[in-house]
Design a binder for this molecule. Structure first.
Ligand code: E4P
Length: 217
């Protein structure tokens, strides 16, 4: 499973990228706003650092303006994936941008039918939002699993980019389901390294090493 980090925080991206953990980045207007930076400038910096796809979202809601914005965003760097919302205008924009050879991420997907439409419109990525479905008492991971099944039934090449991931358990579940990509905040990706028995075991080993005077020279 590929890992994308869901942030526009340059230092957080750099830290994970330096470890070789990242295959891409996702941003959205809320994350860009949180960074307090100019969208163009921050996307340029991210794209310079990351070899893989960097999702950048349009803010228009009509197809024509989405296309204008999408072309501008895609002009920033060849690894930009234009993010469009899962609406009829978004699907139209997806189809045109895909025909122009641009990567497109259809975002805000909450049903299997929406994922089917995005695949038929030629999306590079579909983003089912796991956490936001859980927030309203539905099962976000079941959506990822259902989309996997449907895409496999028909051999759709659209990649499933599990989004709105809030926990390490959801990362494991997405990998078991066979999501192509999961995007998560930096803290969730970092927390994947943690286990209390790792900490406890390390403390015991270090205490024993200290007692026995073990020195590696
Ligand atoms: C994905 O591309 C979105 O930016 C993101 O995963 C949304 O996550 P949230 O629901 O935690 O805001």
């Amino acid at each position: 499973m590929k890992f994308f980090v869901d942030t526009a925080d340059i230092e957080a991206i750099r830290e994970l990228n330096d470890l070789g953990l990242l295959d891409g980045v996702t941003t959205n207007p809320s994350l860009i706003a949180k960074s307090g930076r100019d969208i163009q400038e921050v996307l340029e910096e991210i794209c310079d650092m990351i070899d893989g796809p960097v999702s950048a979202e349009v803010v228009a809601t009509d197809c024509e303006t989405m296309l204008e914005e999408g072309r501008k965003l895609a002009g920033i760097a060849p690894n930009i994936a234009v993010k469009v919302p899962m609406t009829f205008d978004g699907l139209r924009a997806c189809r045109s941008l895909t025909h122009e050879g641009k990567m497109v991420n259809v975002t805000l997907c909450f049903t299997t039918n929406q994922a089917l439409l995005a695949a038929k419109a030629g999306a590079t990525f579909i983003s089912p939002f796991v956490g936001r479905l859980d927030d309203i008492g539905e099962d976000g991971l079941k959506l990822v699993s259902d989309v996997r099944q449907v895409y496999d039934n028909y051999g759709y090449e659209t990649q499933i980019l599990a989004a709105s991931i809030r926990s390490t358990a959801q990362m494991t579940a997405c990998a078991k389901i066979g999501a192509d990509v999961a995007t998560a905040p930096p803290a969730v990706i970092k927390a994947m390294a943690d286990h209390e028995l790792t900490d406890k075991g390390l403390s015991a080993f270090l205490a024993d090493a200290e007692k026995a005077g073990i020195r590696i020279v």
